[in-house]
Every structure is written in C-alpha cells, then in structure tokens.
Design a protein around this ligand. Sequence first.
Ligand code: SIN
Length: 353
Amino acid sequence: MARKPNVHIIATGGTIAGRADSASATVGYKAGELTLEQLMASVPGLDKLANLTGEQLCNIDSKDMQEDVWLKLARCVEKAAARDDVDGIVITHGTDTMEETAYFLQLVLKTEKPVVLTGAMRPATAISADGPMNIWQSAQVAADASAKGRGVLVVMNGQIDAAEKVTKINVNALQAFQSPGFGPVGRIVDENIFWQNCGVAHTERRNKCSGSGTTGNAGNMFSNSKLIFPLDNLTQLPKVRLIYGYVGGDDDIFVKAALQDGAKGLVYAACGNGSVPEKLMGVLREAVTSGVPVVIATRCGGGVVVLSEEMTEKNGFIASGPLNPQKAKILLQLALTKTKDVKEIQGIFKIGK
Ligand code: SIN
C-alpha cells in the first residue's frame, strides 16, 4: 500500500477563513476569522488524503499583509520543509495579495518540496463556499511527488498557476486567478493532476521545459525562477515605491514624495511598453543618477516590457520583463539586498538568460 503523504498547513487568514452574517453574503464579511482547526474540519476526508500538521501564523485580511510577516512565513516554510515528516506545504491566504506572497516565497525559498498557496473567493460561511475544495486540491498537489521542483504554486478553482505569472484578475468570480499570456501550469480533476505549460521552477525548470517540446520558449520567460535570494540574516526589505501611470499622472509629486520618504528604489507602472511621460523623465533620471534604481513595468496586465537601448544604457532604467508592477517591486527589493549597481540589477531582471 502506498505511503500516506504528510502535508503541513500554514494558515494566515483571508476570505477562506472569513465569516459573514448571512449565508448568501459574498461581500461585507470579515476575513481571517476561522482558525486553522476550523478550516481543516471543513474539508471532509482531508485526513484520509494526507497526515496533517499545521500552524496558525496569523489571521489577517491579506490587504494588511506586511513584509515582516513574509519573512516570518518564509522561515516557517523553510523550517517545515526541512522536516523529514513533511512532504509538502499548503499556505492558506487572502486572495488580494496572494500573488505577491507567492512570488516573494518563490524568490527566497530553497526547498524543492511543493509549496502551494490557496484561498477562497467566498467566505467560509457562504452557500457553496469554495474554500474547502481549494484546500483539498492544494493538499492534493502538495502531497504529490510530481509537484516537487516546480517552485511556489497557487491552486484555486481546480487550476494550478506558477508564482511568477499568476495574478488576480477578477474581484468576484471563483475563477479569479490567471497567468496572462502564459496560462496555468496545471489542472486538477478529481484525483488527477495534469501538468502543462512547463510548470517547473528553480534550476530544474528549464530542463523540464526543454524536454516538453511545445513549450520550450517558456523556459526563457520564466528565467527569473532561477533566482534565489537566501533569507540568511534578512530582517527587513528595502523600501521600494510603486508609481502608477495614467492620463494626467505626469506630475512628479509622487516620485518626489517617495524619494523624500527614503525610497531605495522605484517601480513605474507605465501605460504601455515602458512609455514614460516626458514630464516624468527628468525626475526619474535624477533618481537613477542619485543611486535609486528605477524599474519600468506596465499596467497592461500582460506582455513583456522591453526597453530601448537609450532607456537602459543612457537613462539607466531597468525593464520589468514579464513581471507585473507589484512583482517587479518585490524583485527590486530583493535585488537591492545584494547590490545597488544598476547594471547588476538590470542583469537580475533580464529575461532569456
Ligand atoms: C483577503 O485578501 O484577505 C480578502 C479577500 C480574499 O481573501 O478573497
């Protein structure tokens, strides 16, 4: 008989642990109310799927997630992953910032064991709450040896997405997460897990991709996955601010305020492929000259930001590549813990290497 796998669950809050006054309410509830034990008890037969252990790291609405909690969470995951009696880890999390936590973990964790984030769009008290099935399917993926070495994953509504690419694209629908331009890395149907689209990460990702035939190029697009910034003695992330591009948003007050506030780096979410308004160019160039790296991302929600040589060589801007602005911010923060050199940071962001 096959050995029953061991799954460790770390609960952090979110709608999946949310409670509303009425069973038909899908908004206006309080996130982060149910405990880990209550969540586990809401999934019939979970203990038959895997031997379970768990811990409650916090119980918050993920809009209140903080970087110091990320550091605690990452250490918690590393500790659990180091245990011989843990095969995989599930993290329950609010959906609003789940993609950011997933990407942060992707960049700092060294483990090859499956690490899966999940949440819910409906509170635990709702009719047809999606949380229990999401927990079940996450545990299924975390317990499965085929999920090893694929990096940090997000499992929601039967779909598996990679941390680098996944983003929340809908505020109501159960199918709230997508990986624009890339697609999910897998799907779950009952006891079956179907991997697709190079769902692999870390150093193994490209090897697995090159063997997959149809998706060879995706290995390059995911090259950031090879980056690992070990936690070591990291206690704080450098302050990086995000500036959003829009019509009429070309005055420099937010950039100046961010710099005055001690920002060590900036990410500009441009309207298109790195198109910075003329009026902002001066202040952003000054930021680079004064030693504050500037990453140009896009608010478009898809595509790969590639900058002209003038933007990178003359102005010293850094292209976000396939990373959305909120993920580019995380990579810049971690890059800044290693170097302030613009060329080196450009290298860290560079795709295709
Ligand atoms: C949260 O992100 O904590 C609230 C929203 C959700 O989980 O869907």
